[in-house]
Design a protein. Sequence first.
Length: 98
Amino acid sequence: MKISKGKFKIISAVVLLTTTLTIFYYVHESFPKSIRAATAIIGTPTAIVSGLSYYLNLGIPVYETPWAVVLSNFIFSVLIILLIDKIFFRRKNKSMKL
């Protein structure tokens, strides 16, 4: 099974973004307050999943569960990378074929 260069780049970008977001989540609390306030939006995927877990009564303590943090960051990464790929890279290929 051979993976195309485009798919490899997408998979690599998802892994890199997931890893970066997860590391950032765990390091974020050690930042000074001014930096934490300015960078809080980067932790949004975990906050959204925590809110969904609370409102849907799933009972998953997202902030205390490492797999939930990684999974929320992974899903967010997949969605963002595919959206970026579709908007910026797929459109170029279609316009070149015209």
